[in-house]
Design a protein. Structure first.
Length: 252
């Protein structure tokens, strides 16, 4: 198997230091250790998303309460609710770590009960999907393995593969952190990503996330001033986006 951060504990530590800094090797375990004490004292906070007030998600796993997962998980559940009863695929094994799921999960590297370990570009299911959902996964494509080639073409190929798996009325929804993978940032900046709709959320306080425009979001740095993502993109793609990438628009 190709080397990847999930292939060995040593490799995962090396990757973590490279991406998040040496200080986080100490800070992350501390946050995880004290999460059961901290979370019960966190007040309920909300953020606005497409006309809804969604509650920030606090969970001890993977420091959800201290990272962008606090908004990504509610956004993912927002779309799952809209497609209840439909055929759903999650690319990247994320949601199962927080609650039981009843949809299919595809993850090239991470092992887990019911997880299909295949590359999405080669994945050929018998039926198409109403919703394909991916949480903070696309920024890792071609970036967090030992590949020496560019990341951007692989990201675009994976998106194209997802769109081909949609029913005519289906949607692909991905969330990605801004500032993590600069090639992905450039795809966003130039409109090459080909999203049907883009929504940007910026962290403006320890528990405050606000909708912002693309320019404001792309000015945000990863890990500064807050740990991990300081802005995220929620990008929507429909089954026609491959042929109509010029239709990309940003949600207000």
């Amino acid at each position: 198997m190709k080397r990847h951060l999930y292939n060995s504990k040593l490799g995962k530590v090396s990757w973590f230091v490279k991406r998040f800094g040496l200080a986080e090797v100490v800070l992350k375990p501390v946050r995880v250790l004290f999460a059961p004490v901290i979370i019960p004292f966190l007040s309920r906070e909300f953020f606005s998303y497409h006309g809804r007030q969604l509650e920030l998600f606090h969970h001890r796993y993977n420091m959800t309460w201290a990272s962008e997962r606090c908004v990504e998980v509610p956004v993912a559940r927002f779309y799952l609710e809209q497609h209840a009863g439909g055929r759903i695929l999650e690319v990247g094994n994320v949601l199962s770590h927080y609650s039981p799921i009843d949809h299919e999960v595809l993850d090239k590297f991470e092992k887990g009960p019911g997880v299909i370990n295949e590359d999405v570009v080669l994945f050929a299911p018998a039926d198409k999907y109403d919703l394909i959902l991916s949480i903070s996964t696309f920024e890792h494509i071609g970036f967090d393995d030992d590949s020496t080639s560019a990341s951007a073409p692989k990201i675009l190929a994976a998106l194209a593969a997802c769109r081909k798996l949609l029913k005519p009325s289906g949607r692909v929804i991905i969330t990605v952190p801004i500032g993590y993978n600069l090639e992905l940032d450039e795809l966003i900046r130039t409109g090459t990503l080909g999203a049907t709709r883009k929504t940007f959320l910026k962290k403006t306080g320890s528990k405050l996330w606000l909708s912002v425009d693309q320019g404001t979001a792309l000015e945000c740095k990863y890990k500064e001033p807050f740990p991990y993502a300081n802005a995220i993109l929620v990008a929507e793609f429909d089954a026609l986006s491959v042929e109509n990438s010029s239709s990309e628009r940003t949600a207000p």
